[in-house]
Design a binder for this molecule. Sequence first.
Ligand SMILES: Cc1cc2nc3c(=O)[nH]c(=O)nc-3n(C[C@H](O)[C@H](O)[C@H](O)COP(=O)(O)O)c2cc1C
Length: 169
Amino acid sequence: MDLLPEIAQRVSVRDFTDEPVEKGAVERILEAGRLAPSAKNRQAWRFIAIQNSDLREKMESACFGQEYVGAAPLIITFCTTNIEYRMPNGQLSYPIDLGIAGSFMSLQAVREGLGTCFITTFDESDVKALLTVPFSMRVVTLLLVGHPRSVPEKPGRLPLSRVISYDHW
Ligand SMILES: Cc1cc2nc3c(=O)[nH]c(=O)nc-3n(C[C@H](O)[C@H](O)[C@H](O)COP(=O)(O)O)c2cc1C
Protein backbone atom coordinates (compact mmCIF):
# COMPACT_ATOMS: atom_id res chain seq x y z
CA MET A 1 0.00 0.00 0.00
CA ASP A 2 1.39 3.39 -0.99
CA LEU A 3 0.90 5.38 2.21
CA LEU A 4 2.62 8.59 3.24
CA PRO A 5 5.82 7.34 4.95
CA GLU A 6 5.14 9.64 7.92
CA ILE A 7 1.89 7.80 8.61
CA ALA A 8 3.52 4.41 8.32
CA GLN A 9 6.54 5.39 10.48
CA ARG A 10 4.82 7.34 13.25
CA VAL A 11 4.86 5.62 16.61
CA SER A 12 4.52 7.02 20.11
CA VAL A 13 8.00 7.83 21.43
CA ARG A 14 8.53 8.09 25.18
CA ASP A 15 12.33 8.21 25.30
CA PHE A 16 14.03 11.41 24.15
CA THR A 17 17.60 12.71 23.98
CA ASP A 18 18.51 16.10 25.50
CA GLU A 19 18.99 17.65 22.07
CA PRO A 20 16.67 20.65 21.60
CA VAL A 21 14.33 20.76 18.62
CA GLU A 22 15.77 23.11 16.02
CA LYS A 23 13.89 26.45 15.74
CA GLY A 24 12.92 25.90 12.09
CA ALA A 25 11.46 22.49 12.91
CA VAL A 26 9.46 23.94 15.83
CA GLU A 27 8.05 26.58 13.51
CA ARG A 28 7.16 24.11 10.76
CA ILE A 29 5.44 21.80 13.25
CA LEU A 30 3.37 24.68 14.64
CA GLU A 31 2.62 25.87 11.11
CA ALA A 32 1.26 22.41 10.27
CA GLY A 33 -1.27 22.90 13.09
CA ARG A 34 -2.14 26.40 11.97
CA LEU A 35 -2.99 25.06 8.51
CA ALA A 36 -5.24 22.27 9.84
CA PRO A 37 -8.97 22.38 9.09
CA SER A 38 -11.51 23.25 11.78
CA ALA A 39 -15.30 23.38 11.86
CA LYS A 40 -16.46 26.48 9.98
CA ASN A 41 -12.76 27.44 9.84
CA ARG A 42 -13.23 28.98 13.28
CA GLN A 43 -9.67 28.11 14.40
CA ALA A 44 -10.76 28.41 18.02
CA TRP A 45 -7.43 27.19 19.32
CA ARG A 46 -4.18 28.22 20.90
CA PHE A 47 -1.05 26.12 20.77
CA ILE A 48 1.44 26.78 23.58
CA ALA A 49 4.96 25.60 22.79
CA ILE A 50 7.02 24.93 25.92
CA GLN A 51 10.80 24.57 25.78
CA ASN A 52 11.93 26.11 29.07
CA SER A 53 13.32 23.31 31.23
CA ASP A 54 11.90 24.58 34.57
CA LEU A 55 8.44 24.78 33.05
CA ARG A 56 8.82 21.34 31.44
CA GLU A 57 9.63 19.92 34.88
CA LYS A 58 6.52 21.53 36.31
CA MET A 59 4.51 20.13 33.41
CA GLU A 60 5.88 16.71 34.31
CA SER A 61 4.47 17.13 37.83
CA ALA A 62 1.11 18.16 36.33
CA CYS A 63 1.28 14.90 34.34
CA PHE A 64 1.48 12.88 37.56
CA GLY A 65 5.27 12.60 37.32
CA GLN A 66 5.50 10.72 34.02
CA GLU A 67 9.26 11.12 33.48
CA TYR A 68 9.22 11.27 29.73
CA VAL A 69 7.11 14.45 29.84
CA GLY A 70 9.86 16.62 31.33
CA ALA A 71 12.50 14.87 29.22
CA ALA A 72 10.82 15.96 25.98
CA PRO A 73 12.56 19.14 24.76
CA LEU A 74 9.32 20.47 23.31
CA ILE A 75 5.83 20.14 24.76
CA ILE A 76 3.00 21.52 22.66
CA THR A 77 -0.19 22.21 24.59
CA PHE A 78 -3.46 22.23 22.65
CA CYS A 79 -5.95 24.67 24.15
CA THR A 80 -9.39 25.94 23.18
CA THR A 81 -10.39 29.57 22.78
CA ASN A 82 -14.07 28.57 22.68
CA ILE A 83 -15.68 25.60 24.37
CA GLU A 84 -19.28 26.07 23.30
CA TYR A 85 -19.46 25.81 19.52
CA ARG A 86 -21.47 22.82 18.40
CA MET A 87 -21.51 21.59 14.84
CA PRO A 88 -24.76 20.95 12.95
CA ASN A 89 -24.60 17.33 14.16
CA GLY A 90 -24.95 18.59 17.72
CA GLN A 91 -21.42 17.66 18.75
CA LEU A 92 -18.75 19.94 20.18
CA SER A 93 -16.17 20.92 17.58
CA TYR A 94 -13.15 21.56 19.78
CA PRO A 95 -12.04 17.98 20.51
CA ILE A 96 -12.17 17.24 16.78
CA ASP A 97 -10.51 20.49 15.68
CA LEU A 98 -7.68 20.08 18.14
CA GLY A 99 -7.29 16.38 17.37
CA ILE A 100 -6.85 17.11 13.68
CA ALA A 101 -4.34 19.88 14.42
CA GLY A 102 -2.46 17.41 16.61
CA SER A 103 -2.37 14.86 13.80
CA PHE A 104 -0.98 17.39 11.36
CA MET A 105 1.70 18.47 13.84
CA SER A 106 2.70 14.92 14.74
CA LEU A 107 3.11 13.97 11.08
CA GLN A 108 5.17 17.09 10.38
CA ALA A 109 7.34 16.16 13.38
CA VAL A 110 7.96 12.71 11.87
CA ARG A 111 8.92 14.43 8.61
CA GLU A 112 11.48 16.42 10.66
CA GLY A 113 12.98 13.16 11.97
CA LEU A 114 11.46 13.67 15.42
CA GLY A 115 9.38 11.50 17.74
CA THR A 116 6.07 12.46 19.34
CA CYS A 117 3.63 11.25 21.95
CA PHE A 118 0.16 12.56 22.72
CA ILE A 119 -0.43 12.94 26.47
CA THR A 120 -3.84 13.24 28.05
CA THR A 121 -2.81 11.94 31.46
CA PHE A 122 -2.60 15.31 33.18
CA ASP A 123 -4.35 17.35 35.81
CA GLU A 124 -6.04 19.99 33.69
CA SER A 125 -6.34 22.58 36.44
CA ASP A 126 -2.62 22.26 37.23
CA VAL A 127 -1.68 22.70 33.54
CA LYS A 128 -4.01 25.69 33.24
CA ALA A 129 -2.48 27.35 36.28
CA LEU A 130 1.08 26.77 35.00
CA LEU A 131 0.33 28.20 31.56
CA THR A 132 -2.13 30.94 32.63
CA VAL A 133 -4.89 29.39 30.51
CA PRO A 134 -8.14 31.30 31.19
CA PHE A 135 -10.42 29.57 33.70
CA SER A 136 -13.23 29.02 31.17
CA MET A 137 -11.00 27.36 28.52
CA ARG A 138 -9.89 23.75 28.17
CA VAL A 139 -6.55 22.03 27.66
CA VAL A 140 -7.34 19.09 25.40
CA THR A 141 -4.03 17.32 24.90
CA LEU A 142 -0.28 17.70 25.03
CA LEU A 143 2.09 16.57 22.30
CA LEU A 144 5.63 15.67 23.35
CA VAL A 145 8.20 16.25 20.62
CA GLY A 146 11.90 15.42 20.58
CA HIS A 147 14.74 13.43 19.13
CA PRO A 148 14.09 9.77 19.90
CA ARG A 149 16.70 7.97 22.00
CA SER A 150 14.87 4.74 21.26
CA VAL A 151 11.88 3.94 19.10
CA PRO A 152 9.48 1.20 20.16
CA GLU A 153 7.95 -1.27 17.78
CA LYS A 154 4.76 -0.04 16.23
CA PRO A 155 1.82 -1.57 18.08
CA GLY A 156 -0.53 -3.58 15.94
CA ARG A 157 -3.86 -2.38 14.67
CA LEU A 158 -7.14 -4.14 14.06
CA PRO A 159 -7.35 -5.53 10.53
CA LEU A 160 -9.12 -3.43 7.90
CA SER A 161 -11.93 -5.96 7.79
CA ARG A 162 -12.73 -5.23 11.48
CA VAL A 163 -12.91 -1.46 11.17
CA ILE A 164 -14.12 -0.70 7.66
CA SER A 165 -17.37 -1.46 5.94
CA TYR A 166 -18.86 -0.23 2.74
CA ASP A 167 -22.39 1.10 2.38
CA HIS A 168 -23.67 -0.24 5.70
CA TRP A 169 -22.53 -0.78 9.32
C1 LIG B 1 -5.98 10.88 22.51
C2 LIG B 1 -4.72 10.16 22.92
C3 LIG B 1 -4.30 10.22 24.25
C4 LIG B 1 -3.11 9.60 24.66
N1 LIG B 1 -2.68 9.76 25.94
C5 LIG B 1 -1.50 9.19 26.31
C6 LIG B 1 -0.98 9.41 27.61
O1 LIG B 1 -1.56 10.10 28.45
N2 LIG B 1 0.20 8.84 27.94
C7 LIG B 1 0.91 8.10 27.04
O2 LIG B 1 1.99 7.62 27.37
N3 LIG B 1 0.44 7.87 25.78
C8 LIG B 1 -0.73 8.41 25.40
N4 LIG B 1 -1.20 8.24 24.12
C9 LIG B 1 -0.46 7.39 23.16
C10 LIG B 1 -1.23 6.07 22.91
O3 LIG B 1 -1.04 5.21 24.00
C11 LIG B 1 -0.70 5.46 21.60
O4 LIG B 1 -0.97 6.36 20.53
C12 LIG B 1 -1.36 4.13 21.29
O5 LIG B 1 -0.98 3.17 22.25
C13 LIG B 1 -0.96 3.61 19.92
O6 LIG B 1 0.43 3.51 19.81
P1 LIG B 1 1.24 4.31 18.67
O7 LIG B 1 0.96 5.77 18.85
O8 LIG B 1 2.68 3.98 18.96
O9 LIG B 1 0.81 3.81 17.34
C14 LIG B 1 -2.37 8.85 23.71
C15 LIG B 1 -2.79 8.81 22.37
C16 LIG B 1 -3.93 9.46 21.98
C17 LIG B 1 -4.33 9.42 20.52
